[in-house]
Design a protein. Structure first.
Length: 201
């Protein structure tokens, strides 16, 4: 696995467009891998709170600097040894944007729909269940703010609107193999659009 950091050149018109349309951002990011997101194992997280807007990317393969006018690669490091060092009992501070949600049956529709949970208590319980499935226990957690994402799949003329939440807290690893896998795979839905990457400190 590789952990990479990019800078987002927001002054570039194409970058501005990508920041307005998450599907366009996804397309530009995946051009750095020349592979599907699933094959490259890409998770990403945009950080707009820094002085310069940054993009953190976790992937199975090293990225190329193929869209440097939009997202310029600053550094990329293999982290397999770091992941292998994570053991049962390890304690980390964590930061994640994810979508606490459930699926509902739509009357007259073939496919179910995913909706974001309304109450903070339900969202925290969802996160705790995901943690248990991923081999860790949440020791402390705080819901920070809502994270809305917009976009459009132009070929299908489908609008994208995602409502996620930002969480910070502390966790303890209970099952190291499950945790390592969850760290690499991400947590929750819509990973193609910047959700689910678990940042550890």
């Amino acid at each position: 696995m590789y952990l990479s950091k990019f800078i987002i050149h927001q002054e570039n018109p194409s970058a501005k467009q990508a920041m307005r349309n998450v599907q366009d951002f996804h397309r530009n990011l995946m051009a750095c891998f020349q592979s599907s997101r699933r094959e490259a194992g890409v998770l990403y997280r945009i950080n707009l709170s820094a002085k310069m807007p940054l993009l953190y990317v976790l992937s199975k393969i090293a990225p190329q600097n193929a869209r440097k006018e939009i997202i310029e690669l600053l550094e990329s490091h293999p982290i397999d040894s770091y992941i292998e060092s994570i053991k049962e009992g390890s304690i980390f501070s964590f930061d994640i944007c994810t979508i606490p949600s459930k699926k509902i049956i739509r009357e007259g529709k073939k496919n179910s729909a995913r909706i974001t949970l309304n109450s903070e208590g339900d969202r925290i319980e969802w996160l705790q269940r995901k943690a248990a499935d991923a081999g860790f226990q949440i020791l402390t957690v705080q819901e920070m703010e809502r994270v809305n994402t917009y976009g459009e799949k132009k070929a299908e003329r489908n609008e994208i609107f995602l409502k996620g939440y930002h969480y910070q807290g502390q966790l303890i690893v209970e099952e190291e193999e499950k945790f390592r896998q969850a760290y690499c795979d991400g947590i929750g839905p819509e990973k193609a659009y910047g959700y689910g990457m678990l940042l550890l400190v």
